[in-house]
Structure formats: structure tokens, C-alpha cells
Write a protein that binds this ligand. Structure first.
Ligand SMILES: Nc1ncnc2c1ncn2[C@@H]1O[C@H](COP(=O)(O)OP(=O)(O)OP(=O)(O)O)[C@@H](O)[C@H]1O
Ligand SMILES: O=C(O)[C@@H](O)C(=O)CO
Length: 418
């Protein structure tokens, strides 16, 4: 293994795995920190954790365990993947995990770049935009777990770190990889160990990627990985042989626990032609709705690839959180989707499209999957995935805000056939 990544959620892991696989690296998404040895032909390994919204000390512990395993597999470079909308709270977990990984890898400095131009996440003068809005006006300020209320990534990250945070502005990035390398060097001399780098286009990300060739640690969204495969290719280290994957065949279902604006539109579009079951946290907590009831409902909709969703508007989410607590509500919803996915797979569902990073983590963990092979790209940032669970099981793990309006129908087609 040449490149090892630690991802703070499951959809983020498959987003990064998608970029690396498209770049020609033989990539495997691993589930959780402790694994046996990786397959010999794996060139990039992405360990999917569910550390985005947990207590910072535990996030650090799990991230270090994953990074140690990756280093044991021979990785020359570690990438800490977080969200392109920098999902975190003033307490973490991006800063604490990045600083712990700096110490582990012995790196003197690491870039911090959430930009992902293809999905509209652009960084200018350290400020993050989603489309034409600042992060803090993009809808992310209403996120159920990590409301992003400050678009200045330097300031937000500094609240989470021990050390100062630097900046490589866009002008320097546009001056090319040598100028970027010189800027990193001057930040290093100034003692800044985490350096936010601007990028508004794939060309910027490629220039940054080239400048990062010798870095032990990189942190960012999947965009920062765009240029990394070429660094290994230039050293003659890639086999450039694409993997062949089995095709999952069988019934499908959609599970959506994401409440993002994009997911709300996608759920609405899917419901135009397919039956749906809306679940509410209050019913899950009171026992009025259970995973077993939902599994029976899905099974009774034969052949329809129905959708089960908790997706709701921000006001509805806020009301549920006010009544039952933010963590308690999320835990109930995630447990429900995990249990439901396991029951559906046990009953023969072979294609599952999931909306939301935390929801995807709950689903993949409940299914007991150990690793996921990376297939074709469905929409930017979302690949088709194939796991082994009594035969091939097709999955799509969609980040909250990714995908076009008809993502779910497209995903079920891409991850196998009925
Ligand atoms: N109706 C609801 N009320 C309150 N909380 C909900 C509701 N539906 C889902 N949730 C919780 O909100 C969180 C949504 O997070 P999730 O990561 O799944 O989606 P997302 O944040 O849109 O996606 P991503 O992290 O990929 O951007 C989950 O913890 C989920 O359990
Ligand atoms: O970077 C992104 O936006 C996604 O891969 C993600 O992490 C959302 O959960």
C-alpha cells in the first residue's frame, strides 16, 4: 500500500476512494480501524471511521489506530479525509485529529484543504464557499450535528488546535507547485503546522497535489487527492490495472437519514414514482415504529425498490432535537437504519442506496462489512461499491449534499441489477 487514508465518515471515505480509483490507484475502502493485512495488490487504502461527531479524545484514539495500521501496511503518505464543508464543532474533531496525526507521522506540517471544486466547494482567502454562498449561509449552518456558522476555515480550525494555522493564498497556488512548496517552507519556518490552502478549481487542486508529493501527512476533502496518484505514477509505482468487480443482482431499497437540502430534493424526486415510508424520531423512541415493521413494509412493496426516510426540514429536525436531545435523536435514527439494513440484506435485498454519512456508517457497521470494492462513479463524489455478504452486495453511500436530483434511481441502477 502506497497511500493510506483515514476518513472521518463512511460517505467521505467512498468519496475519496472514488477519486483515488478514478486516478488509477487500486483502492479498497476498509471498515473500521483494526484489520488483518490488506490485499497485496491494494495501492490505496481508505479506512472509514465514524469519528466526525464523537468525543474528540475518542476520535483521536480511533484515527491513530487506523493510521498506525496503514503505516504497518507500508504507506508512504497518510491522508486525513474530512468533509468538503469542514463539518466539525469548535471542539473538533478535525484539529485534534490532524495534530495527533502530525505527531504520529513526524510530519512538521500538513495542508488543510477541504475544497472540492466539482461539487462547488471552493476556498478563497481561507473562506469556504458552497456554490455561490459562504459556508455559513449555505444551509450548513443548520446541520443537525455540526452546524457550520463560520466560513473562515483558519479561524474555525484555530478554535480546535493547540498551534497557529497558516494560509497559502490562491495567488500562490496559481504560481504553481514550486511556489506552493516555497510557501509551505516559509509556513514551516514560522512554526505553523496546519496550513489552509486556497483552491477554486481542479487545476488548483492538481497544483497543490503535485507540491504535496513528499509530504508525510495531508489533510482535506477528496479534492486534495486529485493529484496524488500521478505522484506515485511518476515514480513508476502504480500497476494501472483496473479491478474487475462482480455484479450484485436482486431487490433494491433506499435508506435516507440525511436531512440536507440536496437529500430533501432527492427524496422528493424519488417519491414521485416509488413508494416511501417516512419515519419520525418520536415514533422510533416511543416504539411506535421499529426496524422490523419497516422491513416488513419494504418486503411487501415487491419489486419497487422503496425508500425509507427520516429526512425532514430543519424546523422539524430542530423540534425533535429540542424534545429528545440531539445525540439521543441521532442515535435512535441511526440504530433504526442500521437494524433495517441488516434485516433487509438478510431477507435478500442486494442493492442498498444510503443517504447521509452518519446514516451510512450505521448501515455499513450493522451489515458487518469489512471492506468495500470501488466501482464506477454514480455522481461526483459517489462511487458504486461492492461488498461481500453471502454474495455480492451493491451499495451507494451518498454524502448529504452530493448527487443530482434523481440520484437514488441512478444509484440503484449503477450498483447492480434487479
Ligand atoms: N428527522 C430527524 N430529526 C432529527 N435528526 C435526524 C432526523 N433524521 C435524521 N437525523 C439525524 O441527522 C443526522 C444526519 O446525518 P447524516 O450524516 O446521516 O446526513 P448528512 O449530515 O446530511 O450527510 P453528510 O454527513 O454525508 O453530509 C444523523 O445522525 C441522523 O440520525
Ligand atoms: O467531502 C465531502 O463533502 C463528503 O465526502 C463528506 O465527507 C460528506 O460526509
Amino acid at each position: 500500500m502506497l497511500l493510506g487514508a483515514v476518513a472521518d465518515d463512511f460517505t467521505g471515505a467512498s468519496d475519496l476512494a472514488n477519486t483515488l480509483a478514478r486516478g488509477g490507484m487500486r483502492t479498497v475502502q476498509f471498515v473500521g480501524p483494526s484489520q488483518d493485512s490488506a490485499p497485496a495488490d491494494c495501492e490505496a487504502g481508505v479506512v472509514a471511521l465514524k469519528t466526525r461527531s464523537i468525543e474528540p479524545g475518542e476520535a483521536v484514539r480511533q484515527s491513530l489506530a487506523a493510521a498506525r495500521w496503514l503505516l504497518d501496511q507500508g504507506c508512504r503518505q497518510i491522508l486525513f479525509k474530512y468533509c468538503s464543508t469542514f463539518d466539525s464543532t469548535p471542539a473538533g474533531n478535525i484539529g485534534p485529529v490532524a495534530e495527533a496525526l502530525l505527531d504520529l507521522t513526524g510530519a512538521e506540517l500538513a495542508v488543510a484543504c477541504p475544497a472540492f471544486a466539482k461539487t462547488g466547494r471552493r476556498l478563497f482567502m481561507g473562506h469556504l464557499f458552497v456554490g455561490d454562498r459562504l459556508l455559513s449561509e449555505s444551509g450548513m449552518e443548520n446541520h443537525p450535528l455540526t452546524p457550520m456558522t463560520d466560513p473562515d476555515i483558519r479561524r474555525w480550525l484555530r478554535r480546535q488546535t493547540q498551534g497557529e494555522v497558516g494560509l497559502i493564498p490562491l495567488d500562490t497556488v496559481r504560481d504553481g507547485p514550486e511556489a506552493v512548496a516555497a510557501a509551505f517552507e516559509s509556513e514551516r519556518r514560522a512554526g505553523r503546522r496546519l496550513v489552509v490552502a486556497d483552491a477554486t478549481s481542479d487545476d488548483d487542486l492538481l497544483a497543490l497535489g503535485k507540491a504535496l508529493a513528499g509530504h508525510r501527512l495531508i489533510t482535506g476533502g477528496s479534492g486534495i487527492a486529485l493529484g496524488l496518484p500521478d505522484n506515485f505514477r511518476a515514480q513508476g509505482l502504480l500497476s494501472d490495472r483496473p479491478a474487475e468487480l462482480p455484479v450484485p443482482r436482486g431487490p433494491g431499497a433506499v435508506l435516507c437519514g440525511s436531512c440536507s437540502a440536496a437529500s430533501r430534493r432527492q427524496v422528493e424526486a424519488y417519491l414521485e414514482t416509488v413508494p416511501g415510508l417516512a419515519v419520525e424520531p418520536a415514533d422510533l423512541l416511543s416504539g411506535g415504529m421499529s426496524a422490523l415493521q419497516a422491513a416488513d413494509w419494504v418486503e411487501s412493496r415487491e419489486g419497487a425498490a422503496p425508500i425509507v426516510y427520516s429526512t425532514a426540514d430543519p424546523t422539524v429536525v430542530a423540534a425533535a432535537q429540542a424534545s429528545f436531545g440531539r445525540a439521543e435523536t441521532a442515535a435512535a435514527v441511526e440504530r433504526f437504519f442500521g437494524d433495517l439494513a441488516r434485516m433487509l440484506a438478510d431477507r435478500g435485498v442486494r442493492r442498498i442506496a444510503v443517504g447521509g454519512g452518519e446514516t451510512s456508517g450505521a448501515v455499513v457497521e450493522a451489515l458487518g462489512l469489512k471492506s468495500l470494492a470501488i466501482g464506477a462513479e454514480i455522481d461526483p463524489g459517489v462511487p458504486a461499491l461492492v461488498a461481500e455478504r453471502d454474495g455480492p452486495l451493491g451499495l451507494a453511500l451518498k454524502s448529504g449534499n452530493f448527487g443530482g436530483p434523481h440520484f437514488f434511481a441512478k444509484a440503484l441502477d449503477a450498483i447492480g441489477s434487479p
